[in-house]
Design a protein around this ligand. Sequence first.
Ligand code: NAD
Length: 488
Amino acid sequence: MTLTVEPATGFTTGLYIDGAWSKAEESFDDTNPATGELLVKVASASVSDVDRAVVAARRALEGAWAQTPGAARGALLNRLADLVERDAAELARLEALDVGKPVGQPGMLDIPNAVATFRHFAGWADKIQGTTIPTAGYLGMAPTHSYTVREPVGVIGAIVPWNTPLMIAAWKLGPALAAGNTIVVKPPEDAPLSILHLGALIDEAGFPAGVVNIVPGLGEIAGAALVAHAGVDKISFTGSPEVGRQIQKSAADTFKRVTLELGGKTPQIVCEDADVEAAINGIAMGLFFNQGEVCAAGTRILVHRSHYDTVVEALAQAADAQVLGDPFDESTTMGALINAEQLQRVLGYIEKGTAEGARLVAGGTSPDIPGFFVRPTIFADVDNASTIAQEEIFGPVGAVIPFDTVEEAIEIANATEYGLAATIWTQNVSLAHTLASKVRAGAVWVNGWAAIDPALPWGGMKSSGIGRELGWAGIVANTEEKVVTIVL
Ligand code: NAD
């Protein structure tokens, strides 16, 4: 079957397995978050569909892909980057429709980052090298010659969340393909469309059949089948800590490698000497971008007491100034939350914030319009031990906390189970380095928020995950290091 776009809907909604599109026996509803209405029905992969995809990936791994040298893999990734760039407007439309985010935002982050990721890893594909290592020889009897090679891990199962699906799929595809792996991607059931369109571009780019397979479906069926499959060598997962924990347990049965990119509770630390205006702008972006549905959202705002009132007031104003509505309306600055359950979850946290004694200074309600919208919300005088300061809300809710000394700021910043990212606002270079060394987080940004780049390793400490993706760390995570020793 060569059909990729359903004529009735204009969307690509099937399974992409072994270089061909097929239908599934079941389907799931993909809803438009900004209206609450059904967008389209999407093929829901069964356990046997996932098996078919894994078998195809294994065949390609040992066949056509093994015969494709690094330079050729790089050329394919570069071609894919060009096609994503060509279809940027359509991909932005799909992300806005499916995730509910303002249509301008994918053009700022998701799409350029996906393109840059494919290009970055295209560059690595023919530069993955081993080393020669001198040793004392073989049991004192003979000299040896030892060297290492980096081989692909094998078949990778990639499981993607709904907040920035295209970009996170690129983070998994880029390093896996550059390193010579084949891959089965399980898109999120809440927002599968951009990854399905990417599947059509992968086909057009000319990757051999079976190198990339895409199996939209439910987490507990298609996702779990991928994790349990004995033919999958590694799971690369981005999503919630709860599912991450289940995946690590299940992966233990087959000793699969796992990379887990999980949640966060990023502190934004505004020091006494900070450029307060720059900090306020950066904090507002870190709270409200993508409706706050960002793993690195800067939701704990730690402010030196000398700036506390100024920052609280400015953030309340910034929250009130957000324009909620149709993601395709140019005046909209904040879109809808992903689904009704997420809206109820966020409203539940807001209720808890008030009940636990925090001071609500902006937002706190859901506007009376169709779709799953919540007003951006700021709480002041938050106790860092309270629920809204400890649990990941995954919505536009900020908790502002005062501090008096740098030591106190470090203590509060680290008093969380998460360790994904942190931002420090200071003009003192010495203080910046001191704080950067003391805060337990996979990424520390000074005077900016979310300075992510495909060249930089990405991943969390503590409950924020295990392993790193992107940059050279992404290649390491997608290869096995083999040592060869020749007794001379
Ligand atoms: P989720 O864990 O509910 O789902 C993520 C993916 O896992 C989806 O594709 C889902 O279908 C699948 N899944 C669900 N149950 C499964 C199971 N039993 N076995 C296998 N797969 C299963 O997360 P979400 O709600 O889609 O995304 C939000 C979460 O993702 C937040 O916690 C957020 O912080 C995190 N996230 C982390 C990063 C990062 O880079 N660290 C980036 C984005 C999102």
